[in-house]
Write a protein that binds this ligand. Sequence first.
Ligand code: PRP
Ligand code: URA
Length: 225
Amino acid sequence: MGSDTTEAAVAAAAHNPDRITVVDHPLVAHKITMLRDETTPSSAFRMLCQEVTLLTAYEALRHLPVHNVPVKTPVAETESPVLSGLAPAIVGILRAGLVMVEAILTLIPHGRVGHLGLYRDPETHQPVEYYRKLPENMDQREVLLVDPMLATGGSAVQALDILTAAGASDIRMLSIIGCPEGIAAVQERHPDVHITLAALDPRLNDQAYIVPGLGDAGDRIYGTK
Ligand code: PRP
Ligand code: URA
């Protein structure tokens, strides 16, 4: 968390501000503005989602455990850190989370990928599951759940329910834009999950879209509207 304004917004939005990080960085802010702009075409929108994911993943993955291994450089022998344990699981909520998964894989090429197909019913705004495929041994992996939008939080909560039922216990979530309603829903049911956001917006509208948000992330990424 960075500026006083961001800290105040997080404190107002979250039961537990310690479990929220809003990345406060001029590059992230600039790219978020381009994502918000309704004239940004799908090609640029996809690229921007990936860039924001890379910049914010740096914070979301800061806790990953490491241990030292011996390494011989051209100059000397030394000990240097590598990631510990089984490969982390990167779990994307379809469709929109897919672009974030691809970005994280450039940082963690040995990561294992999980897919959860969830869409929001247009009338009820409740998530409907249509696909599930997770890596083995979820109980032994650090898990990063990714989805660009944390709106009502329904999709995130359902995804987290699925992940915990699969045995995962060390779970973090990375979204591009969140709002107080989504944070509250996650913190109520999954208080241990740390959420990292690139932006925290003030509210939802009566269609359960984030305001000002960026519109429908899946449609903008894939050009389906
Ligand atoms: C979007 C988004 C999240 C969900 C967030 O997906 O990618 O998964 O909405 O809303 P919530 O917090 O209120 O659950 P959508 O359901 O539109 O599916 P799509 O990615 O297939 O377009
Ligand atoms: N899903 C989106 O794609 N955008 C929103 O603002 C809310 C849910």
